[in-house]
Design a protein around this ligand. Structure first.
Ligand code: PEP
Ligand code: MG
Length: 908
């Protein structure tokens, strides 16, 4: 049987269903599903993603059987709609839209009103009884088709757009301000002028054959899968280029036939904070794209639609409920009201901020619509999005002071929650450039409206502010998804791109001036407004708020409790100070997975330098005696803070020269402080200099050559442990040897550590249980993990070094090319952020298997930066690690990701 490439939908039946996203794309699958459950959907058909794959694999040709299948589906659509495509009395018009498996809002092309030509436009004028509408539709169609299919759109936004120029000229000549004020005869002239422009630019006539028009539009939509902004979007959200898009051809319905018509987009709950009830925009007498493009600021559904169109509102309300119950999630819908009747053009699971994601998931469980396990799904709450709940918000006192200071500029629509301040930047390109030059730059992108071309600049900015557009505008949707603070529709803003200024009333701000956005309230302030910690942080860390005072915290806590119930992977933290350790425990950490002892020396750097500068053993030992009490005190602090939870302490690791001053002035100062000649320091610094210090004398190699350092650190650990145990606090030290590659290295250091332990236990009369284990961070350690596990009592993957040494890619120098690598699809993501599962991950698997082949219960964790990155956490669960360890603020993210991994594994 021939492959089925075309799926019909409409009239309560369809060939497909919501389960077929891969084949039909999200939009197509959901149109089919809505049709199946009896919702009013204009009839149409979906050309599958397989055609897109075929198209790119076959030099932009279609499968031979496609044309006949399209004809057949079109005939069905004609029958359902009771109109004929290209008919000269009552023509059917269609739209042609993209629809990938995961939605990519605004990234690909759309053509509306297909089927219009000089004959059908007259027929449409007659059948609609509205000549102006017919000619305006025709004018829009020629323009859209010219831009999208015939390549009339200028490549750069700054270049003149021939259609816009002709339109402006026409309006000027007619003495009118808006397109809608042009007369029928002026619209007719415009159509002719647009066609002439196409002929002169492309050398071909505008196609008048409706069938040819459809095929042109289909080709353009498939072609747009590979446009630059779609590629950038896919890279940002990890959507594979191979997936391809489907194309949906659907009968047009019109929201611009008069005042009993409207078009709108809405979420069934608010996507910024998750408040229940419709949240959306509509425009009376308008076409769909007008709402999303943000050119006219639309009205709010929840505020006025019930009054303006009570029947349509009621219908929409009931459709919303049906959809939420059916999909068990918040829906993002597009609809058109034509002559009072509601038509559904799209539904999909709504994008939402981290705040909304948590609220909606918890509310849906409370409403009995989903289970706890469903609430934990990474599709509902990407673990990283929890980060938004921990970010600072504006301080009320700071805002009041700003109001007093006359800094409040205006109020728009709160579209992306949080607090952000930064320097005004008017152009996305500039924002991107500034960000690339300095990733720490604080920018607010200020635009009249945003378009998909602004994506890169939006990524670079801390916040986004627009003058037009509503809660469903491009700016709002994209910011929400990126977790950016966003205020839209601040209509009092008068933005002058040329002068690079922003005016509100008499207040004038220039490019580069600071501005602050409150994404919870929509307020916009000039200058910087003081921030304060988020509610979750106030409850958990600062204890300045009680849990019962913060519903945000309560929902967060509920979700975290569900996560803990379902996860099996432990979560520890990387911390070197008691304060950090306590914070991490408040976030749910179950132990310390990495204490980098070198960080503890920063407060006693002179004594530490004295140790490094020592030329001989007696001098070094004298310096070590000075360091011992500091180390002991620091470790005791950590043990106390962790109250019996395991604490993994790593012995000294980095190359020593990192701690020495390199310029002459600082060297002289140090010489004076510790009483040795400056020449001695200069000489020692040059002795310690290494070309590749990361591969040089560091890690256990230090302790092996200078065992007295290991001895001092081990003594400090055990003295502290005994001291704290005496206080009645349980202690569980785990001593970790860094950068081991040979089992002999491990054994050498283990011996020094155990000798010190025995000595201290004898001296103090106190004994503590402890473990001696190792970092696994060079490929050799993975290869001989069975040998190492013969001695080591635990492993902890140091994936920072393991990535560096496996890839032969310096963790300090890869910044120079990694962005190029990502942009050109050489790597799917930054291997120092997300574990390179097929490379580094294979070695990790080997390490786990070999290690446990020798010691079946071997405890294994990870303490590289990857330990707090959700995809890496899932991988660690899959390969059977016991715990991940990450920075304190990432602990909640790791807990959720660990639960998501466990749930996914159970399903498998
Ligand atoms: C690692 O290499 O992953 C690690 C945790 O150690 P460091 O980053 O201190 O080298
Ligand atoms: Mg390391």
């Amino acid at each position: 049987m021939a492959t089925k490439y075309v799926y019909y939908f409409g009239d309560g039946k369809s060939d497909g269903s919501a389960k077929q996203r891969e084949l039909l794309g999200g939009k197509g699958a959901n149109l089919a599903e809505m049709s199946n459950i009896g919702l009013p959907v204009p009839a149409g058909f979906t050309i599958t993603t397989e055609v897109c794959t075929y198209y790119y694999a076959n030099n932009r040709q279609y499968p031979p059987e496609l044309a006949a299948q399209v004809d057949e589906a079109m005939a069905k659509v004609e029958k359902t709609m009771g109109k004929k495509f290209g008919d000269s009395s009552d023509p059917l018009l269609v739209s042609c839209r993209s629809g990938a498996r995961d939605s990519m809002p605004g990234m690909m092309d759309t053509v509306l009103n297909i089927g219009l030509n000089d004959t059908t436009v007259e027929a449409l004028a007659k059948s609609s009884g509205n000549e102006r509408f017919a000619w305006d539709s025709y004018r829009r169609f020629v323009q859209m088709y010219g831009d999208v299919v015939l390549g009339m759109k200028p490549e750069k936004k700054t270049d003149a757009d021939p259609f816009e120029e002709l339109l402006e000229k026409k309006k000027h000549a007619a003495g009118v301000e808006f397109d809608s004020d042009l007369s029928v005869s002026q619209l007719k002239e415009l159509v002719a002028e647009f066609k002439a422009a196409i002929k002169s630019r492309t050398g071909s006539d505008f196609p008048s054959d409706p069938k040819q028009q459809v095929w042109g539009a289909v080709g353009a939509v498939f072609g747009s899968w590979m446009n630059d902004r779609a590629m950038v979007y896919r890279r940002t959200y990890g959507i594979p280029h191979e997936w391809g898009t489907a194309v949906n051809v659907q009968a047009m319905v019109f929201g611009n036939l008069g005042d009993d018509c409207a078009t709108g987009v809405a979420l069934t709950r608010d996507g910024a904070l998750g408040v229940p009830g419709y949240c959306g925009d509509y425009l009376i007498n308008a076409q769909g794209e007008d709402v999303v493009a943000g050119i006219r600021t639309p009205k709010r559904i929840e505020e006025t639609l019930a009054k303006e169109m009570p029947k349509a509102y009621e219908e929409l309300d009931s459709i919303g409920k049906i959809l939420e119950n059916h999909y068990k999630d918040v829906q993002d819908i597009e609809f058109t009201v034509q002559k009072g009747k509601v038509w559904m053009l799209q539904t999909r699971n709504a994008k939402r901020t981290g705040f909304a994601a948590v609220r909606i998931a918890v509310d849906l469980v409370d409403e009995g619509k989903i289970t706890e396990i469903e609430a934990l799904s990474p599709k509902r709450i990407p673990a990283d999005d929890l980060n938004q709940l921990l970010q600072p918000v504006f301080d009320l006192a700071g805002k009041q002071a700003a109001v007093k200071n006359d800094q409040l500029l205006t109020k728009g629509i709160n579209a992306g929650p949080g607090a952000a301040y930064g320097q005004i930047c008017f152009h996305a390109d500039d924002a991107e450039k500034k960000f690339l030059a300095n990733p720490a730059v604080e920018l607010i992108l200020v635009r009249r409206e945003t378009t998909p071309e602004d994506l890169r600049g939006m990524k670079a900015a801390k916040g986004i502010l627009t003058a037009f557009g509503g809660a469903s505008s491009h700016a709002a949707l994209v910011s929400r998804q990126m977790g950016k603070v966003c205020v839209v529709g601040a209509s009092e803003l008068n933005i002058d791109y040329e002068a690079a200024t922003l005016k509100v009333g008499s207040k004038l701000l220039k490019e580069g001036d600071y501005i602050s956005l409150d994404g919870f309230t929509g307020e916009v302030f000039a200058g910087k407004v003081q921030t304060k910690p988020s509610e979750v942080i106030q409850v958990l860390i600062h204890k300045t708020m009680k849990p019962e005072e913060s519903p945000v915290y309560q929902r967060f806590a509920k979700l975290m409790a569900w996560a803990d119930k379902h996860r099996t992977l432990g979560v520890r933290t990387n911390a070197d100070e008691p304060k950090q350790a306590k914070e991490a425990v408040s976030f749910g950490a179950e132990g310390i997975g990495l204490c980098r002892t070198e960080h503890m020396f920063f407060d006693h750097v002179d004594e530490f330098r004295e140790m490094i500068l020592a030329d001989d053993l007696p001098t070094r030992e004298r310096a070590l005696v000075k360091l011992l009490p500091f180390q002991r005190g620091d470790f005791a602090g950590l043990f106390r803070a962790m109250e019996g939870r395991p604490v993994t302490i790593r012995l000294l690791d980095p190359p020593l020269h990192e701690f020495l001053p390199h310029d002459h002035a600082s060297q002289s100062l140090l010489a004076e402080k510790i009483g040795i000649p400056v020449e001695a320091i200069t000489r020692r610094v040059s002795e310690l200099h290494e070309s590749n210090p990361m591969l040089g004398h560091r890690g256990c190699r230090l302790g092996i050559v200078m065992p007295e350092i290991t001895a001092m650190q081990a003594r400090a650990i055990f003295e502290a442990a005994c001291e704290v145990k005496k206080e009645g606090i349980d202690v569980k030290p785990e001593v970790m040897i860094p950068l081991v590659g040979y089992v002999t290295e491990f054994k050498n250091q283990e011996k020094v550590v155990r000798e010190q332990a025995e000595k201290v236990f004898a001296e103090t009369g106190v004994k503590v249980d402890y473990l001696v284990g190792t970092m696994i961070e060079v490929p050799r350690a993975c290869a001989v993990a069975d040998q190492i596990a013969g001695s080591a009592e635990f492993f902890s993957f140091g994936t920072n070094d393991l990535t560096q040494t496996t890839l032969g890619m310096s963790r300090d120098d890869y910044g120079g090319f990694i962005n190029y690598y990502k942009e050109n699809d050489i790597v799917p993501n930054d291997p120092f952020q997300a574990i390179d599962q097929s490379g580094v991950g294979t070695l990790m698997r080997m390490g786990v298997e070999k290690g446990r082949s020798q010691r079946s219960k071997l405890k294994i964790g990870i303490c590289g930066e990857h330990g707090g990155e959700p995809s890496s956490v899932v991988f660690c669960h899959e390969i059977g690690l016991d715990y991940v360890s990450c920075s304190p603020f990432r602990v909640p993210i790791a807990r959720l990701a660990a639960a998501q991994a466990a749930v996914a594994a159970q399903k498998k």
